[in-house]
Design a protein around this ligand. Structure first.
Ligand code: NAD
Length: 316
């Protein structure tokens, strides 16, 4: 039998279905199986997506399936989970989703799955840690979407501000995907020229403009949720980018939630940092030479995550 790439998607809500649509449109995988607690939704999505096949760039076999279908999957993408209800704390949500994840991951592993996990459900750094712990897979094969979307937002806003194609902007947001994330200004450049140089040459430049750009990145999700209830297209495209880097063995540098084992002076934590991604998962974490202020902010981000995780994982 010819080996083809298979992606299994767990969770066909806003993020999951947008991911499936983008994956199909970019022709990244030969097989895509959709799994959701809401079976009718997953089945309806499979039907709907199949009707787009005559217009797609390549052949993709799409079906609504079960956890048994994960056995042959190269990548399992998890976007399933509960969202925050009014009156619920962040910790309540962490506890609830960790419990849901235990059930999901156990069923995936029972299928004989031996590929790579991609996690997007929030709080993504903590739930990626949960997948690593519950699956028993090597750390390289469990990846969270981390700050891939925040980094994309950052590059987009910097590109707009300096009026340069966002794809020529190289700048990273690292840390928790959340309120304690930070911009790495010390290594931000456009076409090999530091942002500080671009700023000097911009006529109406004000230092607070760059601070505002970061604040807009950090708070983007709140702004979008206020307007339309959820964010999904950006993260869906980020997850497709990651899937492509894995399936096509690209060695691409993407900011994802990785397990740190001494890198950045941190241990036993999943957090967003740039990493080289290929067919084996995380080939290597890229250690940026942070300045003192960035180091201190990154450490704070690690500590905030650890404090949230401790009461949850002490139960497992
Ligand atoms: P959604 O409510 O639309 O979808 C969640 C889906 O999960 C639903 O279809 C639901 O039926 C399914 N589900 C729930 N429990 C399940 C279980 N036990 N097994 C299988 N399926 C189950 O939510 P959404 O808007 O698609 O968001 C999904 C997640 O992605 C959220 O946690 C959200 O915060 C997160 N998100 C992450 C990023 C990021 O940058 N990492 C960006 C946007 C959203």
């Amino acid at each position: 039998m010819v080996k083809v790439n298979r992606v299994a998607l767990i969770g066909t809500g806003f993020v999951g279905s947008s991911y499936a649509f983008a994956l199909l449109n970019q022709g990244i995988t030969e097989e895509l199986v959709l799994i959701d607690l809401n079976e009718a939704k997953a089945e309806g999505d499979a039907m709907d997506l199949n009707h787009g096949l005559p217009f797609s760039p390549s052949r993709t076999k799409i079906w609504y399936g079960s956890y048994a279908d994960c056995s042959q999957a190269d990548v399992v993408v998890i976007t399933a989970g509960a969202s925050q209800k009014p009156g619920e704390t962040r910790l309540d949500l962490v506890e609830k989703n960790t419990k849901i994840f235990k059930g999901i991951v156990e069923q995936i592993m029972a299928s004989g799955f031996d590929g790579i996990f991609l996690v997007a459900t929030n709080p993504v750094d903590i739930l990626t840690y949960a997948v690593w712990k519950f699956s028993g897979l090597p750390k390289e094969r469990v990846i969270g979407s981390g700050t891939i979307l925040d980094t994309a937002r950052f590059r987009f806003l910097l590109g707009e501000y300096f009026d340069v194609d966002t794809r020529n902007v190289h700048a990273y947001i690292i840390g928790e995907h959340g309120d304690t994330e930070l911009p790495v200004w010390s290594h931000a450049d456009i076409a090999g020229t530091k942002i500080s140089e671009w700023s000097k040459n911009k006529r109406d430049y004000k230092p607070e403009d760059l601070d505002n750009i970061f604040v807009n990145v950090r708070d983007a999700a709140y702004h979008i949720i206020e307007r339309k209830g959820a964010t999904y297209y950006g993260i869906a495209m980020g997850l497709v980018r990651l899937t492509k880097a894995i399936l096509q063995d690209e060695n691409s540098v993407l900011t994802v939630s990785c397990y740190l084992d001494g890198e950045y002076g941190q241990k036993d934590i999943y957090i967003g940092v740039p990493a080289v991604v290929n067919h084996s998962g995380i080939r290597q974490v890229v250690e940026l030479d942070l300045n003192d202020e960035e180091k201190q902010k990154f450490e704070n981000s690690v500590n905030v995550l650890k404090r949230t995780m401790e009461p949850v994982f002490s139960k497992y």
